[in-house]
Design a protein around this ligand. Structure first.
Ligand SMILES: Cc1ncc(COP(=O)(O)O)c(C=O)c1O
Length: 488
């Protein structure tokens, strides 16, 4: 839960107010000049004007160098960031041929599979030669290879469900699947901080959507009770079905879902549970099986388990694991299965190989080591950041740790200064977060060494002092000393 200090809220609001006022003033003069120059001769309504356009032009573009930085290597613990410059006050950015080697604190490479791996990479190259990068076909035509069926069985077994189905993209998995599970007359109750793919899937389903307070089983119960009592809008008929949608680890908060409590509420009111494990599958749990394993939940109690291969497995695509009946239904009805080209075979092979390493089926204990490492790294990094006085969101064991920045001026200041000191961080602001809650989102990887983490902490601490984002009193004397103590 974010504790936004009163003065910080005021100064943040003031900063946005100032940006907004100056932006409006500049737009006013632009309109005047345009009006003198040319009338809207063709008679078309402007296609891009609106608040989003204003936000992009007057706020985002000023700091766009902090976003979408091109990368020139694999997203390993260190990677090459392409240098850019602007000749027009950041309106456009030009790439140079120079790169800077930076410590990578932004990629979702939780288990370190995104870089070359002794087990995965040779197999992926073999599959590339055998199957090519694309099946050039949808699953129901010629797009199902042996690898696709093998991965479906492996995923189902890995997450503890009877069956699974694959999709070419994690985003599409949510946005295309939810409308196949529920429609008009149904009720979706969604966590207020669920990912945009869930929001769009829910909107596109035609079902009624209600939101419950982030990660609050008590509020979920209130919403369920109220909705069941009231029934469908106007007719007050009982809901055809109710689905509660939550995430395993919230991608912008780094928080673990209160899954046992939420499942208990869902069971009490006979609502289905849909769990998005994009950030938790592979990353948490003793054997990487996600939040069910970590929190002691029987996967049989979660009706629909969704996950992506873009984080812990270093690949792309998504899956749904559920009962055989549900998967059969999706195979016959989901447009993303029937009409979209299937997952790229080398990407499928990458996931198969990564899961085999995690399960120790490669004949080594690298998987167990990676899992121990991500846990150790995440907990060490989080506790050190907190000791320094940063406001860090999220729970222990989560590799996602947002550091609160709040003020819009601190977004570019933090991002640029870290980059200057060869640490690449991801900063996130509105609309991905509420307006006042801008943050830097650190993603820790099993491939980070203790030296990497110490360097990152040292840089973040210095930049934190410079930018003024240590909102709490520091606990430990100096990170360098604390860190060296731990190393020895
Ligand atoms: C919770 C959640 N669900 C779904 C997705 C979409 O997954 P992908 O990026 O693999 O398309 C993301 C992306 O980060 C996510 O955070």
């Amino acid at each position: 839960m974010v504790r936004l200090p009163y003065t910080t809220a005021l100064t943040t609001l003031f900063s946005y107010g100032l940006l907004f006022a100056f932006g409006q003033l500049r737009d006013f003069f632009r309109k005047l000049i345009d009006w003198f120059k040319a009338k809207n001769v063709k008679g078309y309504a402007p296609i891009c004007l609106g608040l989003e356009d204003f936000y992009v032009r007057r706020l985002y573009l000023r700091i766009q160098d902090c976003f979408g930085r091109p990368i020139a290597s694999a997203p390993d613990s260190w990677f090459d960031v392409v240098e850019r410059y602007s000749n027009d006050s950041n309106k456009t950015l030009q790439r140079t041929s120079n790169t800077t080697r930076c410590l990578n604190l932004g990629s979702y490479n939780y288990l370190g599979f995104a870089a070359a791996d002794e087990y995965c990479t040779p197999r992926v190259i073999e599959s590339l030669k055998k199957y090519s990068p694309s099946t050039c076909s949808v699953r129901v035509d010629g797009g199902t290879t042996k690898l696709h069926t093998e991965l479906e069985e492996l995923v189902a077994c890995f997450v503890g469900k009877p069956a699974a189905i694959l999709f070419g993209m994690g985003y599409v998995t949510n946005s295309a699947i939810i409308p196949c599970l529920i429609g008009k007359g149904g009720l979706i109750i969604s966590d207020s901080l669920n990912h945009n793919s869930i929001v769009n899937g829910a909107r596109g389903s035609g079902a009624t959507v209600r939101v419950f307070q982030h990660n609050s089983p008590a509020h979920l119960e209130d919403v369920l009770r109220e909705q069941i009592a009231g029934g469908q809008p106007r007719t007050h008929r009982p809901w055809k079905k109710i689905i509660v949608i939550v995430e395993g680890i919230y991608s912008m908060e780094g928080e673990l879902c209160k899954l046992p409590e939420i499942i208990a509420v869902c069971k009490k009111y006979k609502a289905y549970t849909y769990l998005d494990e994009a950030h938790s599958i592979g990353a948490v749990g003793q054997s990487g099986r996600g939040v069910c394993e970590l929190l002691g939940v029987d996967p049989g109690d979660v009706d629909i388990m969704m996950g992506t291969f873009t984080k812990s497995f270093g690949s792309c695509g998504g899956y749904i694991a559920a009962s055989k009946e549900i998967i059969q239904h999706l195979k016959h009805s989901c447009p993303a299965h029937l009409y979209a080209t299937s997952m790229s075979p080398p990407a499928v092979q990458q996931v198969i190989s990564a899961i085999k390493v995690i399960l120790g089926e490669d004949g080594s204990n690298r998987g167990a080591q990676k899992l121990a490492r991500i846990r150790e790294n995440s907990n060490f990094f989080r506790s050190e950041l907190k000791k320094m006085g940063f406001e860090v969101l999220g729970d222990n064991d989560s590799p996602v740790m947002p550091i609160m920045l709040y003020n819009p001026a601190k977004i570019p200041a933090f991002s640029r200064e870290c980059l200057r000191q060869k640490v690449a961080v991801v900063t996130v602001a509105f609309p991905a977060t509420p307006l006042l809650l801008a943050r830097a989102r650190i993603c820790i990887s099993a491939s980070h060494t203790r030296e990497d983490l110490l360097k990152a902490l040292d840089v973040i601490s210095r930049v934190g002092d410079l930018v003024g984002i240590k909102y709490f009193p520091a606990e430990a004397p100096k990170i360098a000393e604390a860190g060296h103590g731990k190393l020895e």
